[in-house]
Design a protein around this ligand. Sequence first.
Ligand code: URA
Length: 218
Amino acid sequence: MKKTTSAHGPEVQESFADLEPQRHQPKSLAELNMMIAAAKPMVHGGHKAVLGEGRVGAPLALVGEQPGDQEDLQGRPFVGPAGRLLDRALEAAGVDRKDTYVTNAVKHFKYVQRGKRRIHQKPTVGEVKHYRWWLLKELEFVHPHLVVALGATAALALSGAPVVISRNRGAAQFGEFRGFITVHPSSLLRHTDKETRDAAYTSFVHDLRSAARLAAPL
Ligand code: URA
């Protein structure tokens, strides 16, 4: 059984190492993306896959949870409020988003309709497991120096077991990938108190800077 280690926290056991078997093995990221785009959504609500974005060989890969309303409409990852915050934090950390590869653990938006609004629903562990083979294959093709898990769903998808962010924040190992665990940018938007929000933002920027340093070619 594989283990995921963290610089700070205890090891977590690989709880779903046995990936969903796939009949067809894609030979490139383009072919994998065609498979993802053609597949039926595994979550209720989303209708079109939001694929990862960035360059193959980018030193830093950033993995979020799942596309939100704006991402679903525009067909691109991290372009809504959380994405704008991520962009601002990346810039503050001295990281150009063009030098990263950005993707999500789950490729379809899951939501419930409330009036005119589509309210995001967190994916279940089973749904994260379903999408995991795609994510790991995608990262194999991108081959980054470091994979950053943005929040608990990404950390679950990458490590294969539940991860408590507060106890495991920092450098990590996700199977064969060198990794880093930090918060999801949308968690910063949930702080109502300005002082707490500012402190959380500063820590997030600090994490991105540390991740970029770890991802830098030796
Ligand atoms: N939140 C995510 O996790 N991913 C996105 O693409 C947007 C918001």
